[in-house]
Each structure stands twice: as structure tokens, then as C-alpha cells.
Design a protein around this ligand. Structure first.
Ligand code: F6P
Length: 390
């Protein structure tokens, strides 16, 4: 039976979104299915904003960055977020899920492929769970913070972009003998900062999973490095990195817990961390440290500090080859699930293979486990530059 598949992209854009779309289209064309593009994520789904997707007009779509479907952070369950009472909240979620499932008829689709991160996929999962909607999820995010998949597409493209810039910052940092604090995206998980930091030889790496102690993890390390003769220093700082409560109260003059708690939030309740700008805060706090200034002077080292926010440049441009292939594979497998009438699933990468997991599982968060070998590597590679050097 001929089917019409709706497809949408939600959340932050990400290299490889178009690759997934192309994968869906390739499989759909082969199966004789039609594909309707739903624009602007859940906003377009609710407001019936669609466009026809004709593969004959989209040659090599998988090579192009961003998403031709546009994206948004619209959360259909926004109202439920405001409700404190659990039973009431649950009732609103279930009602919303049922209303949303009715949109399938309005949009003229038999099945929906939702491409997004935990927020977008969480919406899709609830629609399946409470209304039996025929949805399939594809895990997307440069942050790589989704469980059940080895990597989300977009991650390695973002790593390459961040690494290229950090390599470049190293040359200017070395030339001026400066401290650079480089802020790397990744709201709740430090994968982007940890991997790009290690790959470019950052000297201090700050991630959300390990709240930092300003005195011990930054000031002391800089002093040790200066004593060891290091003349420039790169601090890779995740936008989600936060100090420990003890350090916040003891070491910080420019922020407080209250300021962090008051940050504005998006539709899904995520704090807009870019508004906090931790790299800038670290620069300000370091600049206030006259003791550190004197220490640098004693060792005849320059004490100049700059911050750079990589921000959206990390999501920009064309996907890497890895993400093009991963996106295409995830897209074709998602369309295959429609062919087989297998819904409520998320496609994912496991080793060499594309597999499926229940969407409710796949939509969960994945942060860096504290026993990760990457963290051990991080500690070894940063310490080696100053320990036992004198
Ligand atoms: O999509 C993930 C992400 O890039 C995070 O790393 C970052 O915190 C957030 O999106 C930024 O969102 P926006 O594009 O809405 O500023």
C-alpha cells in the first residue's frame, strides 16, 4: 500500500540533517512512497506548514549543511511544564498527545519521522506512548548526548569545526603568550569540549559532568604550568561547565548561584547558558586575581587573558563525510521501519550497524560517565605538560 511519510527536523540545526532527509527520500522513492516535509519542527506540525519534497529536485541533498525544512524549538507540551501537580501534568501531556496524533489526518500523512534531540524525540515518544501515533525517531544533536546510539550525527562535524578553530587559536595564543578561554557548545554534556579539547591539546578542560574548583582546577594549574615554563595556555570550557558550590561561594566575585538559577529558559525549560557566558566569567575572575598576576610576573610570564565563544560556528557549514554517511544510513533505516510498519522506534548507531531501540529509551540523555577512559586520557594529557618538568 502506498504511504505518505511526514518528516520534520526540530531543535538546534546540525550538519547531517539534510543527509537524513535524503536517506528517507531515497528509500521512499524506491518503495513508491510520498514524502511531505513539515517545516519548522513541531511548530509546522501543529500549524500545518508543509512543503512537497521531490527527490528529483534535490540532487546531492546529503552534502548540504543545515536543514531545508527549517527548525524550531517549539514544545507542544509547554503548558504541561508549568503545572506542578503531577497528576494534572500527566493529564495535560496525554490530552496533548491525543490532539497531536489527530494532526496526522490534517497533514495527510500515514507516518512521521521526527529528527531531533532529546526534546524533539521526547515529544514524539509521548505521542506514540499515549496516542499510538505512528512515529519513528532519528537521533540528532552536535552535543552527542543521546543514549542508545554510539554517536549522534552532527557530532563529528562539530568536533572538526571546533578543533580547527582551537588549533588556530593556539597559534595566536602562542604568539602573544596569552591565556585563552575557549567556550565550546554542549548544554548538559561535555562530549564536544572533551573531545575537541583533547584533540587540540587544550591545557585545562572544563565540562558539566565535573564541576570545577576555580582555585584548584584553574589557578593552581596555571601556576604549575608557569613554573614548568609554559608561556601560553588554552582553557577549553564547555558552555555548561559550572563551579562546585564551594568554589562558587569562595572564589567568585562576578556570579552567584541566584544568577545561575535566574537564567532565562527555552520552551523545553533548558537554561539559555549562552547568556551566562562562563568563558567570560572565568576571564573576569582571573583578571581580578592580583596574586596570580604577581605570580606570573615573578616567573617572567605575560598575564593577558582573552575569551572566544565558538557558539553557532560549531553547527555551521557542510557535514563531514562521516556524518553524511551516518545521516543517509539513519534516514534509509527510518524509512525502512515505515515500510515494515514498526513504529515507536528510534534508529541508532551501534558499532558498525544501524539498529533500533524503543523511542522512549532512545530519547534519554547521555552524559560522560565519570569512569570514561576519555576522562582519564584528559587528565593524563593535560598533566604531562607541567608535572615533573622542573
Ligand atoms: O543543539 C544543541 C545546541 O547547539 C547546544 O549545544 C546549545 O546549548 C544550544 O543548542 C544553543 O541553542 P540555540 O541555537 O537555540 O542558541
Amino acid at each position: 500500500m502506498k504511504k505518505t511519510i511526514g518528516v520534520l527536523t526540530g531543535g538546534g540545526d546540525c550538519p547531517g540533517l539534510n543527509s537524513v532527509l535524503y536517506g528517507v527520500l531515497l528509500k521512499a522513492m524506491d518503495a513508491g512512497f510520498a514524502v511531505v516535509g513539515i517545516e519548522k519542527g513541531w511548530k509546522g506540525f501543529l500549524e500545518n506548514i508543509t512543503r512537497e519534497l521531490d527527490i528529483s529536485k534535490l540532487d546531492d541533498l546529503h552534502t548540504i549543511g543545515g536543514t531545508i525544512l527549517y527548525t524550531s524549538r517549539t514544545n507542544p507540551y509547554k503548558e504541561a511544564k508549568k503545572v506542578k501537580n503531577q497528576a494534572e501534568k500527566q493529564k495535560i501531556i496525554e490530552e496533548t498527545a491525543r490532539k497531536m496524533a489527530q494532526q496526522f489526518d490534517v497533514l495527510g500523512i500515514d507516518a512521521l519521522i521526527a529528527i531531533g534531540g532529546d526534546d524533539t524525540l521526547g515529544v514524539a515518544a509521548a505521542m506514540h506512548q499515549y496516542a499510538g501515533a505512528k512515529v519513528i525517531g532519528v537521533p540528532k544533536t552536535i552535543d552527542n548526548d543521546l543514549s542508545s546510539t554510539d554517536y549522534t550525527f552532527g557530532f563529528w562535524s562539530a568536533i572538526q569545526l571546533a578543533s580547527n578553530t582551537m588549533d588556530n587559536i593556539t597559534t595566536t595564543s602562542r604568539s602573544h603568550q596569552r591565556i585563552f578561554v575557549v567556550q565550546v557548545m554542549g548544554r548538559d554534556a561535555g562530549w564536544l569540549t572533551l573531545v575537541s579539547g583533547i584533540s587540540t591539546g587544550a591545557d585545562i578542560i572544563l565540562i558539566p559532568e565535573r564541576p570545577f574548583d576555580f582555585a584548584k582546577d584553574i589557578v593552581n594549574v596555571l601556576q604549575e604550568r608557569v613554573k614548568a615554563g609554559c608561556k601560553y595556555h588554552i582553557i577549553a570550557c564547555s558552555e555548561g561547565a559550572v563551579p562546585t558550590m564551594e568554589s562558587l561561594q569562595r572564589d567568585f566575585n562576578t556570579i552567584s548561584q541566584a544568577k545561575i538559577a535566574k537564567l532565562p529558559k527555552d520552551d523545553f525549560g533548558n537554561p539559555l547558558l549562552a547568556k551566562l557566558n562562563m568563558s567570560k566569567i572565568i576571564v573576569e575572575e582571573l583578571s581580578l586575581r592580583n596574586d596570580l598576576k604577581d605570580f606570573f610576573k615573578k616567573y617572567n610570564a605575560e598575564f593577558e587573558i582573552r575569551d572566544v565563544v565558538l557558539g553557532h560556528t560549531m553547527r555551521a557549514g557542510t557535514p563531514s563525510s562521516f556524518d553524511r554517511i551516518l545521516g543517509l544510513r539513519l534516514g534509509t533505516h527510518a524509512a525502512q521501519l515505515v515500510l515494515e510498519d514498526r513504529y515507536g522506534q528510534m534508529v541508532c548507531l551501534r558499532g558498525e550497524n544501524i539498529e533500533t531501540v524503543p523511542l522512549s529509551e532512545g530519547a534519554k540523555k547521555k552524559t560522560i560517565p565519570l569512569n570514561s577512559d576519555l576522562l582519564e586520557l584528559c587528565d593524563l594529557i593535560t598533566k604531562v605538560k607541567y608535572e615533573n618538568r622542573r
